[in-house]
Design a protein around this ligand. Structure first.
Ligand SMILES: [Zn+2]
Ligand SMILES: [Zn+2]
Length: 293
């Protein structure tokens, strides 16, 4: 046995893990968030300006990584009121590639925000991630299938049955392994107004899948900028929904924060505020540094 004080006795792995996590949290607490992986352009028809303006805004704001992730084109032009047409995809790729050349001081990533459907699996995997060299895809449930029809998540996840369908769809999207993280998993909070047994069951299923599949979940900054909604419990953000993130602390999940910018001035908006929510509940921030390789 070593004598006390003769040398530093190595901590067991479990204690070392705790110490490392604490140090990491301290680093995050002091450093501004310098990465945003969620950015849109004019092509989606509800954002403004183009890739170069976002890149310049990111440089001015001191960001080191900017992911351009417009709402993906789809081969059949479904839901084309909120996304580029498939014919615009080559030009989208070209402007991102041009920005990468023009701004070597900023790590720019080529990405897309996607709704999963079986018929798009090969397009996402072979065309976007394959042929076109996208760095990553974001999974999102702006729509979800319910009783044989796609319904919109804004207003649509307002009952126990639709919330169940939303949850099932979100989990199936994660299970494909196509997505680097899931955008605003708590989006259902825009239409399901009261935190209850149904939201707890849905959240349990989402967190369990995210933990098992190692898919980070996004605390979305855009939700913090949007107008608050009236609920029986008073005004609150549609998302992020705090009880959701509080509950996340009981699961081995990781979170990511993004501004979800739809205007260049928002390129780094609400990142600290979103990170504070994760920290408040002791959640672990994901490191997506592997996407920059
Ligand atoms: Zn959008
Ligand atoms: Zn988005």
């Amino acid at each position: 046995m070593p004598r006390a004080g003769s040398y530093t006795y190595p901590y067991p792995p479990s204690v070392r893990a705790v110490l490392a996590a604490t140090k990491q949290q301290l680093i995050h607490a002091k450093m501004p968030i310098q990465k945003n992986y969620h950015t849109h352009t004019w092509r989606c028809k509800h954002a403004t300006q183009d890739v170069s303006a976002y890149c310049q805004a990111a440089i001015d704001a001191g960001l080191t990584v900017l992911g351009i992730s417009d709402h993906t084109a789809l081969p059949d032009n479904r839901w084309d009121h909120i996304r580029m047409d498939i014919e615009e995809l080559p030009e989208y790729c070209a402007v991102v590639d041009q920005a990468i050349t023009d701004h070597p001081e900023l790590k720019i990533l080529k990405a897309a925000e996607c709704e999963y459907a079986d018929e798009y699996a090969s397009f996402f995997k072979d065309t976007l991630l394959g042929e076109l060299g996208f760095d990553y895809l974001i999974g999102a449930a702006h729509f979800f299938p319910h009783e044989g029809e796609w319904i919109g998540s804004y207003g649509g996840a307002d009952s126990a049955a639709t919330l169940q369908s939303y949850t099932k769809y979100l989990i199936e999207s994660m299970e494909t392994g196509l997505f680097a993280f899931m955008a605003h998993p708590d989006l259902f909070g825009n239409s399901y107004k009261t935190w209850d047994e149904n939201t707890k069951a849905a959240s349990h299923d989402i967190f369990t899948a995210a933990a098992n599949l190692r898919v980070p979940l996004e605390i979305n900054g855009y939700g913090l900028r949007k107008p608050k909604i009236d609920t029986p419990q008073g005004k609150r953000c549609m998302y992020p929904w705090l009880p959701f993130w509080e509950m996340a602390a009981d699961y081995d999940i990781e979170f990511i924060v993004n501004s979800d910018a739809h205007h260049p001035k928002d390129v780094n908006a609400n990142l600290e505020e979103a990170a504070a929510i994760g920290k408040q509940f002791g959640l672990k921030m994901a490191n997506l540094g592997y996407l920059e390789a």
